[in-house]
Design a protein around this ligand. Structure first.
Ligand code: GDG
Length: 512
């Protein structure tokens, strides 16, 4: 029989994913209600809160909604459960009190400069991010970064242990928090702990480079359920646990010497498909889409890329492919334009600054070589936008181009599909994005193969309406059936279904 995590509602309201409001939020009121005696049946632990600490227009400190896939996906679950969310709001301000923002109970965790550079910029984004994304960049291994990672994970685990009510469910998120499940279990064995990894989990051949591989695996094994985007990632994890920690495993289960069972399973994340579709259909979004197209000079077709500015996303490769199509005479700037939105991200990390400069230079060169007056080949925007503007861009674009070298899922691809309520538009999608496992009717490309990408871009450009409709209809059906509510529901249901003890004899753990 399928169970549910006790006291946790899994049915989510359709609608707002949180980008619908203007960027600047009203100052939130501190609540100061947490701690002993206040029941929190669901605790979300993530590196970031869904809001950033910023200076408001009047110079006073306030909160602004922060971008990114994790926030977009978790926020509806939080709202449905009235749980509490523990995370870092950005910056180094100390002594921030728990508060309520837009109906969510948020507990800010402060970070020192040393913790930001060691835990966040260092171990999370300089070691784990490139390692888990197939070494697209070279990971750096530094012992001080690891120490900071352990320290921050410990503080988050202790805070969660303080806040969770007896027998509560704690849902820990992503690569920055992989030690929290085990630390939490030691502090509070009564809790039910789920972990979800939003990025890929690498094959053993890459993971075993990590000097702290065993600690990370043991950290994750503190959870009852470890969720991944794709089945391959769950298999990588189980194989590594067997090889490196020496626990007995069977299919998606790990049997621990203490009698616990841990399940490792894929839960492909999704979006609020109905909410995006409804937004795309509003007259305001329609007007704005028409306005953007007119501002671009009403070209026959518009290509679109929207990404966090990240080296995993394959922005350079796709712009190069597009520009070569113009240079080769297959496309003309009177007919086609590429709109590339690069959302600022991790700007303190050296590799991200270098990438930004590379893209600036490339766009300048392409436009200098191939553009005409009033007709740039690439319209490049380095900025973030409200959700309505994103929907207008999705609605306006004929060909969405999503070409990461490796991506856990890629919500942008799914959002585009959700917004195409007239069953038109083309999606060119990297086969290395998790989304490619579901969106089979996209033009699937290998982002390392520039000629292959050029061919796919051109095919999508020239595709007949009938073909576009057939493909888009099928993809929209998939997205409607597997939305973020279904994702959260299946994770919570499986978490509730975990038996606390397997009762099997197990071999003692081997050292790696
Ligand atoms: C990680 C994994 C996985 C972005 N800029 C703006 C904005 N966004 C929203 C998009 C989308 C989300 O952020 C980005 O999600 P992605 O999935 O595309 O990429 P990551 O940020 O790398 O997310 C990824 C995801 O976690 C979830 O598990 O899919 O593989 O890497 O929802 O719409 N939204 C608004 N303005 C922006 O400027 N309003």
């Amino acid at each position: 029989m399928l169970g549910r995590a006790p006291g946790v509602r899994t049915i989510l309201p359709a609608g707002d994913l949180g980008w619908g409001k203007p960027d600047m939020r009203a100052r939130a009121q501190p609540r100061g209600l947490y701690g002993e005696g206040v029941p929190n049946d669901l605790v979300i632990v993530a590196n970031r809160l869904p809001v950033d600490r910023v200076e408001l227009d009047d110079g006073e400190p306030g909160w602004r909604r922060s971008p990114g896939g994790l926030v977009t996906a978790i926020e509806p679950v939080m709202r449905a459960n009235q749980g509490v969310w523990i995370g870092w709001p950005g910056g180094t301000e100390k002594g921030l009190e728990p508060f309520e923002d837009d109906g969510m109970s948020l507990v800010p965790m402060s970070m020192s400069d040393e913790e930001i550079s060691g835990h966040y910029e260092g171990f999370s984004n300089g070691t784990l991010w490139p390692l888990y994304h197939d070494l697209v960049a070279k990971p750096e291994f530094h012992r001080e970064w690891w120490d900071a990672y352990v320290g921050v994970n410990k503080r988050f685990a202790e805070r969660a242990a303080e806040l969770a009510s007896e027998g509560a469910t704690v849902w820990v998120h992503d690569y920055q928090m992989q030690l929290v499940p085990q630390m939490l279990r030691e502090l509070r064995p009564d809790l039910r702990v789920g972990f979800y990894l939003h990025i890929p989990f690498p094959p053993a051949e890459l993971f075993q480079q990590l000097p702290w591989r065993r600690q990370i695996l043991e950290g994750l094994l503190g959870a009852d359920l470890v969720g991944f985007q794709l089945p391959g990632a769950a298999q990588n994890f189980v194989r590594l646990v067997r090889q490196r920690v020496g626990h007995k495993t069977h299919r998606d289960l790990v049997y621990l010497p203490d009698g616990r069972t841990v399940r490792a399973k894929a839960f492909p994340i999704s979006i609020d498909a109905a909410g995006f579709e409804a937004l795309a259909q509003t007259p305001e979004v329609a007007d704005r889409a028409a306005e953007i197209r007119a501002a671009l000079g009403s070209p026959r077709k518009v290509f679109l890329g929207i990404d966090r500015l990240d080296y995993t996303k394959g922005i350079v490769a796709r712009l190069r492919a597009f520009s070569e199509l113009i240079r080769d005479g297959h496309l003309d700037v009177e007919d086609a334009v590429f709109v590339q939105v690069a959302v600022p991200s991790r700007e303190q990390v050296e590799q991200y600054r270098i990438l930004r400069d590379d893209i600036d230079r490339l766009v300048g060169r392409i436009n200098g070589d191939l553009g005409r007056i009033g007709r740039p080949a690439i319209s490049y925007l380095h900025s973030s936008y409200p959700r309505e503007e994103m929907a207008a861009l999705y609605r306006m674009a004929d060909i969405m181009v999503v070409t990461p070298y490796r991506d856990g899922m890629n919500l942008v691809a799914k959002e585009y599909v959700a917004c195409r309520f007239e069953d038109d538009g083309a999606l060119v999608l990297s086969e290395f994005a998790g989304a490619a496992e579901e969106l089979r009717q996209a033009w699937l490309v290998n982002p390392y193969d520039i000629n292959g990408m050029k061919a796919a871009l051109l095919e999508a450009f020239r595709a007949e309406d009938r073909d576009l409709t057939k493909r888009m209809k099928a993809m929209r059906k998939t997205i409607r059936q597997h939305d973020v509510a279904a994702w959260a529901d299946s994770f919570m249901t499986d978490l509730g279904d975990i038996r606390s003890s397997h009762g099997k004899p197990v071999r003692p753990a081997r050292r790696s």
